[in-house]
Design a protein around this ligand. Sequence first.
Ligand code: NI
Length: 184
Amino acid sequence: MILPIYALGFPVLNKKAKDIESIDETITTLITNMWETMYNAQGIGLAAPQIGKSLRLFIIDTEQMMDDDNDLVGVKKAFINATIVKEYDKPFDYEEGCLSIPDIRGNVTRNSRITISYQDLDGKQITEDYDGINARVIQHEYDHIEGKLFVDYLKPLKKRRIARKLDKIKKGEVSAGYRMKFYG
Ligand code: NI
């Protein structure tokens, strides 16, 4: 089932999400719906707060972004109760966007490698390292469960330049090409 994506302005997007106590049928159904919602919006990642659930859960699929020229292998996975334990290596700029903030893109500087600990669908605790695009998409989605958005990191000048557009998104004066829910 395709769920509406919550737009910038909803308090749930600025709140630190809560741990999932048990990975039951409610959670697996939610994850199935999140995949459907993400692909419908042509996204590469989606976090539970973006569909109005303050839970430490996000999904990513970077396989869609990889072509033959890439030596990186894409990742298609659900991350439950994740914690980034380490972010390191060279910081680099990358233009990010977000399904909750349609039509806005901006450069964000982040470290290029991470170590993340999370649970898989079976509840198994896993610790893995990621780099490049995979690390970047995970960092963006991880921010969602920490209550942060990529626009928070933009430089003051850029922030001023997009301020009006952000206000419009909050009020619902935007068309995204997928189902959204607006706060204002
Ligand atoms: Ni996002």
